[in-house]
Write a protein that binds this ligand. Structure first.
Ligand SMILES: *Cc1c(COP(=O)(O)O)cnc(C)c1O
Length: 430
C-alpha cells in the first residue's frame, strides 16, 4: 500500500540523496523486489539495472540471504562490540582475510562505505604518529569519489563535490589529473607524469595515496589503465607511503575480477570494501590492513586505534555478509559477470554511433553510455520507467550495473531502453 498521502508526505518531509526539499524530482514508490526486478506500488515490474548502487549483486529477496538474516535474528540482532565478540563477526572477518591479498590480515568493521574511508584515512594518520611523525596530507585523483562524510569528501573530486562550499573547513589535499589512458587503450607513459611529480614533490608531508582502483565510479564512471595503478604502487613503495584502495564500488566481482586491484596485480596497504559486502541487504563495510600498519598504529600515543561505532560488527549485517561471501566463493559470479560483459560489448558498444553519444565503455558487469549533453533527469527517468526498466542516470552518464543473476533477455531490455532513450532529444538538456 502506498497512498497519495504517503507520496505527499514524502515530498514535503523526506530528503532523498542529493535532492532539494523545495522542488524535488519525482520518486517512484517500490513495494517489493525479487530477483532482478523491482515492483512499483501500482503493480508494474521494472528490470533493475542498478543493483541499488552496486550492492544487490545476487538479486533481491534471495532465499539464502533471507535465511541467514532470520537465523541470526532468532539468536540475537545486535550486541555491542566493545568487550564482546560473536560468531558472525569472526566468520565474516575470517572470510575477508582469506579472500583478500595475504598481507591484509587485520579487519575493522564499519557501518557504511564513508565510515570505512574515514577509518582508512585515520589509520594512515595514526600510522605516521606511531612512527613519530605528523603527516596529514593525502594524494588522490581528480574525478574520484570516496563518500559524503567530511574526510571522505576532502578526497573526492573538488568540483563534483563542491569543495568551494567548504573552503576553510575541509582539509586541503593534493589532486593529480584523472588518468586519461583507458583500460583498453594502449598505455601512454606520460599519463603518469603529473602524479609522479606530485608524489615526489610532497613525499615528506604525505600520509598516503587514496584512490579507487581501475574504476572511478560516482565521479565519472571511468575505467583507467592497470599500468597507472602499478605505477602508483611503485611510487608509494619508493617513498614509503601507504596506498589506500577504495574498492567499495569495485569489490566482489563487479569488474570481472574479485577485486579491481587484481587487474594490476597489486596489493594495497589498506583496503576499503562495502556496498556489495552484504549482497545489498544491510549497511556494512570494512577496512582491512597489514599487520605492520596495525602494529605501528598501536605505537602511537593513543596506544590503540581511535574508532568504535555503536553498531560496529552488527550481527545481522555480519551474518548476511557471511552468506553473501559464501555465495561468491561458490564461483558462479565469474561466469555470470563474464556473460554480462560479453553481452554488453555486443549490444551496448554499437550505441557509439548514435548522435547523442560521446563514448560507450564496458568493463565486467558495468556498461556506460556517456552522452554529449547532460540528461534531463526527470524526463529520462520517467521514460525508463515507462519502458519497464530501472536505470538512474546522472550528468552525462547513463550506465548499467545489473545484479549478476540477470537473464540475457532482461539485460537486452535494459540496453534497448537506453537505445530508445537516445532517440529523443527531449531527454537531454539544451
Ligand atoms: C559509495 C562509495 C563510497 C561511500 O559509501 P557509502 O556506503 O555510500 O557511505 C565510498 N567510496 C566509493 C568508491 C563508493 O562507490
Amino acid at each position: 500500500m502506498f497512498t497519495p498521502e504517503d507520496a505527499r508526505f514524502d515530498r514535503q518531509h523526506i530528503w532523498h540523496p542529493y535532492t532539494s526539499m523545495q522542488d524535488p524530482l519525482p520518486c517512484y514508490p517500490v513495494v517489493a523486489a525479487h530477483g532482478f526486478q523491482l515492483q512499483l506500488a501500482d503493480g508494474r515490474e521494472l528490470v533493475d539495472g542498478m543493483s541499488s548502487w552496486w550492492a544487490a549483486i545476487h538479486g533481491y529477496n534471495h532465499p539464502r540471504l533471507n535465511r541467514a538474516l532470520t537465523q541470526q535474528m532468532a539468536q540475537m540482532s545486535h550486541v555491542m562490540f566493545g568487550g564482546i565478540t560473536h560468531p558472525a563477526a569472526v566468520a565474516l572477518c575470517r572470510q575477508l582475510v582469506t579472500m583478500t591479498p595475504a598481507a591484509l590480515e587485520c579487519v575493522f568493521l564499519a557501518d557504511s562505505g564513508s565510515v570505512a574511508v574515514e577509518v582508512s584515512m585515520k589509520m594512515a594518520l595514526q600510522y605516521w604518529l606511531g612512527r613519530g611523525e605528523t603527516r596529514q596530507q593525502f594524494l588522490t585523483l581528480k574525478r574520484g569519489y570516496h563518500g559524503d562524510t567530511f574526510a571522505a569528501m576532502s578526497v573526492c573530486d573538488p568540483e563534483n563535490s563542491m569543495h568551494s562550499l567548504w573552503r576553510g573547513y575541509l582539509p586541503e589535499h593534493h589532486f593529480a589529473e584523472a588518468p586519461a589512458c583507458g583500460f583498453d587503450d594502449e598505455w601512454q607513459s606520460q599519463d603518469f607524469d603529473v602524479f609522479a611529480r606530485l608524489i615526489e614533490q610532497h613525499q615528506q608531508q604525505l600520509a598516503a595515496v587514496i584512490l579507487e582502483p581501475i574504476v572511478q565510479g560516482a565521479g565519472g564512471m571511468r575505467f583507467y589503465h592497470p599500468r597507472y595503478l602499478q605505477q602508483v604502487r611503485e611510487a608509494c613503495d619508493r617513498y614509503g607511503l601507504l596506498l589506500i584502495a577504495d574498492e567499495i564500488a569495485t569489490g566482489f566481482g563487479r569488474t570481472g575480477r574479485l577485486f579491481a586491484c587484481e587487474h594490476a596485480d597489486i596489493t594495497p596497504d589498506i583496503l576499503c570494501v562495502g556496498k556489495a559486502l552484504t549482497g545489498g541487504m544491510m549497511t556494512l563495510a570494512a577496512t582491512l590492513t597489514t599487520r605492520e600498519v596495525a602494529d605501528t598504529i598501536s605505537r602511537s600515543a593513543a596506544g590503540c586505534f581511535m574508532h568504535g561505532p555503536t553498531f560496529m560488527g552488527n550481527p545481522l549485517a555480519c551474518a548476511v555478509a557471511v552468506e553473501s561471501l559464501t555465495l561468491l566463493a561458490e564461483g558462479e559470479w565469474q561466469r555470470q559477470v563474464a556473460a554480462i560483459e560479453r553481452q554488453l560489448r555486443a549490444e551496448l558498444l554499437p550505441l557509439r554511433s548514435a548522435p547523442q553519444v560521446a563514448d560507450v565503455r564496458v568493463l565486467g558487469a558495468i556498461g556506460v553510455v556517456e552522452t554529449h549533453r547532460a540528461v534531463n533527469m526527470a524526463a529520462l527517468q520517467q521514460f525508463f520507467v515507462e519502458q519497464g526498466v530501472w536505470i538512474r542516470p546522472f550528468g552525462r552518464l547513463i550506465y548499467l550495473m545489473p545484479p549478476y543473476i540477470i537473464t540475457p533477455q532482461a539485460l537486452s531490455k535494459l540496453v534497448q531502453a537506453i537505445g530508445a532513450a537516445l532517440e529523443h532529444s527531449s531527454h537531454f538538456a539544451d
